[in-house]
Design a protein around this ligand. Sequence first.
Ligand SMILES: *Cc1c(COP(=O)(O)O)cnc(C)c1O
Length: 381
Amino acid sequence: MGDPGPLGRFGEYGGRYVPESLIGACRAVEEAFREAWADAGFRGQLDRLLATYAGRPTPLTPAPRLSAELGLNVLLKREDLAHTGSHKINNVLGQALLARRMGRTRLIAETGAGQHGVATATAAALFGLGATVFMGEVDMERQEPNVLRMRMLGAEVVPVRTGARTLKDATSEAMRQWVGAADEAHYCMGSVLGPAPYPWMVREFQRVIGDEARRQCAAELRAAVPDYVVACVGGGSNAAGTFAGFVDTPARLVGVEAEGGAGAARGRLGVLHGVRSMFLQDDDGQVLEAHSIAAGLDYPGIGPEHVQLRDAGRARYVTVGDDDVKAAAVRLARTEGIIAALESAHALAWVMRGELPAGSTVLITLSGRGDKDLAALREAL
Ligand SMILES: *Cc1c(COP(=O)(O)O)cnc(C)c1O
């Protein structure tokens, strides 16, 4: 998982499919990121923020009761304990620091469930930047607490009323708004998607998950590397960050998608939001709506680097359905006392299927905490 070069290519995937008017803005972000990422001063500032503000390193938690039940050795990477309750803060602090370095005064972002919007509003408040968050009208109703959190933090939440009024439409609108505002605003993409350099840059900002977990596994395990490394996949940022720490080891990498949002498992090659990758489409190439009980996995595609990893046979991508996800979240809560996000419960549900060889060591990234999901679990409880 290296540098995809100036064209942002991951094999035949990736690239920069944006209107002429955004090419310059994307190039400016890439140039600034390349410079910053090679600058020990910038890296030091970000590390310090991650430690003093975001709560890093997050712990690696052994799960003894669940492990005994499954006949596995399960280790949990606890992104649920990061500030704002998910891994999103890692990426957003990096991009906010970059925006300030570029002299931008405002962050523009899309959000679905609201987790990325909340993280963006948080970083904007911390840096004294403006924040404009585009959110589908349907999602605003479904995720009202996160709308209120964003407003509490001083962000402007703009309802998007086009299309199905969910994440895909919010992303289109956010990119459109960036066209007219690129001199003063930074577009803060929430996953390993979008035009180059975003898939690469977001993976680099999230690789702190995998780098920490690699060190923590070495301390925790006699064999330094787990047999399996498992993470849920919406666009694929927490998985990409986790995999980056293990791609050069023998660990088997597994990305778990929602059955109704499975870009790698069921998508077709296409272009959406500036990137060539796999998207759910109909026979005419129209991008379809995704459906998942976990709003954070409700995106009809997957980041380009994941498709490259899949084609190369380095990672595999599987799916689980909503019922198994709910059961997995309840089971983790009752065996380990941890309420995980329904997104993260996809990774748990796949491991709980019981298909892994007895005695295997399995690292699972818990991408976020589950307080936001309790209403969706009402019936299961
Ligand atoms: C946003 C989100 C995801 C999905 O995004 P990725 O880019 O695939 O990581 C997963 N889990 C949580 C808790 C989220 O907030």
